[in-house]
Design a protein around this ligand. Structure first.
Ligand SMILES: [Zn+2]
Length: 116
């Protein structure tokens, strides 16, 4: 399950940013993940529960926004959303398509509690 590795690097990044900002704790972590990343949101939640104790993020809320995969057909220029496995053009059946979105994976925002 590669979600553990992903979540570990998310938590490392969040921890570093929060400490540099002098925050007391992290209250929310917002992630954006493209569906082509083959990341299961439930597994990210599970990894978060397992890895966050004893970090500044241990009481944070994790929110994950999944981005639908979207491609453009190189033959007819049609743009379409699709699932992870089906990337052929629904308009002309071409397999020559270019992925426009769906490989995102980033921390959109974190919210922290600062000292009074
Ligand atoms: Zn097409």
């Amino acid at each position: 399950m590669h979600e553990f590795g992903l979540m570990q690097s998310v938590l490392d990044n969040v921890e570093k940013s929060a400490r540099e900002a002098g925050a007391l704790k992290v209250t929310e972590i917002r992630l954006v993940i493209g569906e082509m990343r083959e990341v299961v949101a439930d597994s990210m939640d599970f990894a978060f529960e397992a890895l966050s104790p004893n970090t500044l993020s241990e009481s944070a809320t994790l929110s994950i926004t999944m981005i639908r995969a979207r491609s453009r057909c190189s033959q007819c220029n049609h743009e379409f959303e699709h699932d992870r496995l089906r990337r052929s053009c629904p308009n002309c059946d071409s397999l020559a398509t270019e992925l426009l979105a769906g490989k995102e994976m980033y921390i959109d925002a974190i919210e922290v509690e600062m000292p009074e």
